[in-house]
Write a protein that binds this ligand. Sequence first.
Ligand SMILES: NC(=O)c1ccc[n+]([C@@H]2O[C@H](COP(=O)([O-])OP(=O)(O)OC[C@H]3O[C@@H](n4cnc5c(N)ncnc54)[C@H](OP(=O)(O)O)[C@@H]3O)[C@@H](O)[C@H]2O)c1
Length: 330
Amino acid sequence: MPLRIIQYGIGPIGSAIVRLLLERTGAEIIGAIDIAPDKVGRDLGDVVGTSPLGVPVSDRADAVLARRADVVVHSTSSYFDQVFDQLLACVRAGSHVVSTCEELAYPFRKYPELARRLDEEAKAAGVAVLGTGVNPGFVMDKLVLTVATVCQRIERVFVRRVVDASQRRLPLQRKIGAGMTVEEFRAAVEAGRIRHIGLPESVALIAAGLGLEVETIAETIEPILADADVTTPYLHVRKGQVAGVRQIGRGLAGDRERIHLDLQMYVGAKEPVDEIRLFGTPDLCAQIPGGTHGDLATAAVVVNTIPLVVQAPPGLRTVLDIPVRFAAAF
Ligand SMILES: NC(=O)c1ccc[n+]([C@@H]2O[C@H](COP(=O)([O-])OP(=O)(O)OC[C@H]3O[C@@H](n4cnc5c(N)ncnc54)[C@H](OP(=O)(O)O)[C@@H]3O)[C@@H](O)[C@H]2O)c1
């Protein structure tokens, strides 16, 4: 029997997930939820760019969730407190949840009370809830822990992810401030419009997974300036303007740094890379030259995780609880 799946949130990421699900014989999409007026009432296939699927997009979440899918794939928003009621509704409908909500990747530090409530409700309903994706969910946390398997002990972790945003879609280039002046960038940061969400969650996942003592998690965000003119398919960024963003997440024990995550996303990045350095016994360095493609990887991580979440113990889970696997048979 294929797993019955509802897609909740059909932006670019939800659409990529749906298209990948259609390739897996173990999945049957039985419902679609979104509130965007230009999507409601249309066929899901029409919205995600495939042939018709006979599944209308609805903004009536409760009615769709009442069909009790095995799994709800959730991709509406980044903040745990904002999606809490959506997740609760999925759980109360009796469905497992895999979500791309960044803060759901490790909500226990920032939202202990909400996390406890969701965990209790999920256990009562006998379902598992997981936040995952490429970052957080894999490159700067789960992959680090996977590589760490071959170390005997680890003192310190350094991860660097450099993303060339030139070929990514316009909303992403805007989200990182490409083309802004430094003053505009700082104002946008202040207003909360520029920020990758999820670095503190990745720090927390690494600390929990490696058993590293981390008392505080600190985060900084700075502009990266273009050192030459850059033209993308959408924007022209002049030398000296903001090319993108550099965010650093640090896990500290006292004033000693145990975890350092360096995320750089900018147009014109010459050497995109995902790099993991572990300092311990032995020291280890792992690199993915060119880096990991964010959107393709997010859809892959989510879809490959679905059959594993169904088998996970009920409750609010993290990627620490879920094996790494390509789900070919799904
Ligand atoms: N963990 C990771 O590695 C990872 C990777 C990629 C993306 N993400 C996150 O995943 C989420 C989805 O990404 P995206 O690029 O597809 O985002 P998006 O462009 O904002 O699309 C989200 C869709 O969900 C709809 N929506 C919002 N609130 C809703 C609600 N209450 N009920 C039903 N539908 C609702 C939106 O409608 P409106 O447009 O009308 O608001 C939109 O159609 C984002 O938060 C993104 O940051 C995480």
